[in-house]
Design a binder for this molecule. Structure first.
Ligand SMILES: NC(=O)C1=CN([C@@H]2O[C@H](COP(=O)(O)OP(=O)(O)OC[C@H]3O[C@@H](n4cnc5c(N)ncnc54)[C@H](O)[C@@H]3O)[C@@H](O)[C@H]2O)C=CC1
Ligand SMILES: O=C(O)C(=O)CO
Length: 386
């Protein structure tokens, strides 16, 4: 028997029943659903990670669509429950969807939405912040200050790394990886080396043009190189930031062997997914190499850290907050709600999930389309020509 869950109901007489497994930032997403005749039920249970059983109870006997979170396990059990309840739409409030078994969704004909684009710059900004914080030992210095240990300026106090002229390495130069690269190149005049399965043409063009601009102004130009292997990036870069999706090819991409190929004073940043890094190997590497530093937003077994990580002075750890700006989180809620609404209303799928701005304009009604459905092709959903 499923346990009862507490919910808040908006527009109780709405024709379509849409469930959100968490309260989400802003009110636009609720208003957009209500305007289109949805009854919105928001789970207010005081429990951070809902179990499959909790979500089955939320879905109930009739449910048209669900907005869920990256902490939930959306597999066969939940998609079959949603399908039994008449639901045809699910959206993660996240761009990453490694918590979703898309083939199970396909089997039950459920569209799976995600929220790309709106979090690109916010996430890249946190990766850049962690890079700088690690290079300049900001967290260690802050702790030192608060502990009352500062008794005057010293030549050796918290000496860190200068970023200018060093090499930034990006693994996974997609939306976020490319935005991060631009920040580090424009902001700190770093040279780029990147590894991705695909060529990041726009990023390459940007670095070339920026390099020419610097040269024309009598400054040292920045350079770029696409590496043929990830190891090249690990060997050559001074700061390495991880931005791939999490799948079988990226699980433990960074492990004991790959850590050993990195420079002793390198900085590693992870704002992708925890399991991209073998965290046990990382803790050991941090212990053996005190000048090696990391900035981590994500962890292998969230919400936990592997033993020893929290004791490491050369690690900065923050609780999966890379997309946590108000604008982004409200935008993510809007995109997730519009994915579900669009499928319920039979709208086509937006033709370019990288250009979601029209859905985020608060002064105009959103396009009649689903902003981003990852299994649109598998379900043969029509594509918007707008
Ligand atoms: N920490 C956080 O709060 C956030 C984390 N993320 C994570 O970041 C990921 C990336 O997001 P976007 O940049 O929007 O996605 P994206 O799809 O634009 O970029 C991912 C890139 O990874 C590359 N890639 C895939 N497999 C690879 C491999 N084996 N080796 C090297 N590169 C590989 C792809 O070709 C692609 O260019 C998400 O899937 C999510 O897991 C996203 C937003 C916030
Ligand atoms: O969107 C994602 O994938 C996140 O991790 C949270 O923003």
């Amino acid at each position: 028997m499923a346990k009862p869950v507490s919910i808040e109901v908006w527009n109780p007489n709405g024709k379509y029943r849409v469930v959100s497994t968490k309260p989400m930032p802003g009110t636009r997403w609720i208003n957009l659903l209500i305007e289109q005749d949805c009854r919105v039920e928001i789970c207010t249970q005081k429990k951070t990670i809902l179990s499959v059983e909790d979500i089955i109870a939320l879905i109930g006997e009739r449910c048209d669509g669900v907005i869920g979170q990256l902490t939930e396990d959306w597999g066969e059990t939940l998609f079959s429950a949603l399908s039994r309840a008449g639901g045809k739409a699910f959206s993660n409030m996240a761009v990453g969807y490694n918590n979703v078994d898309v083939s199970a969704a396909n089997k039950y004909g459920v569209a799976v939405g995600n929220t790309p684009g709106v979090l690109t710059e916010t996430t890249a900004e946190l990766a850049a912040s962690l890079s700088v914080a690690a290079a300049r030992r900001i967290v260690e210095a802050d702790e030192f200050m608060r502990a009352g240990l500062y008794d005057g300026w010293l030549p050796h106090l918290f000496v860190g790394n200068l970023l200018k002229g060093q090499t930034v390495g990006v693994i996974g130069a997609g939306r976020i990886g490319s935005a991060y690269a631009r920040m580090m190149i424009e902001g700190f005049k770093m040279n780029l080396i990147y590894y991705d399965l695909y060529q990041a043409t726009r990023l390459e063009k940007f670095v070339t043009a920026y390099g020419e601009f610097l040269k024309a102004n009598g400054e040292q130009p920045v350079t770029w190189r696409r590496a043929a292997s990830m190891d090249e990036v690990l060997r050559e870069a001074d700061v390495i930031s991880l931005h791939p999706i999490l799948d079988k090819t990226t699980f433990h991409l960074i492990n004991k062997e790959s850590l050993a190929t990195m420079k002793k004073e390198a900085i590693l940043v992870n704002c992708s997914r925890g399991p991209v890094v073998d965290e046990v190997a990382l803790v050991e590497h941090l212990r053996q190499n005190p000048m090696f530093r990391v900035g981590l937003d994500v962890f292998e077994d969230e919400p936990y850290m592997k033993p020893g990580l929290s004791d490491m002075k050369n690690a900065i750890v923050v609780p999966h907050i890379a997309s946590a700006s108000k604008w982004t989180r409200e935008g993510m809620a809007t995109l997730a709600a519009l994915n579900v609404l669009g499928k319920i209303k039979g709208y086509p799928v937006w033709s370019d999930a990288n250009r979601v701005e029209p859905f985020l304009n608060e002064n105009a009604p959103p396009p009649a389309a689903c902003p981003s459905i990852v299994n649109a092709k598998a379900l043969s959903l029509p594509v918007s020509r707008l």
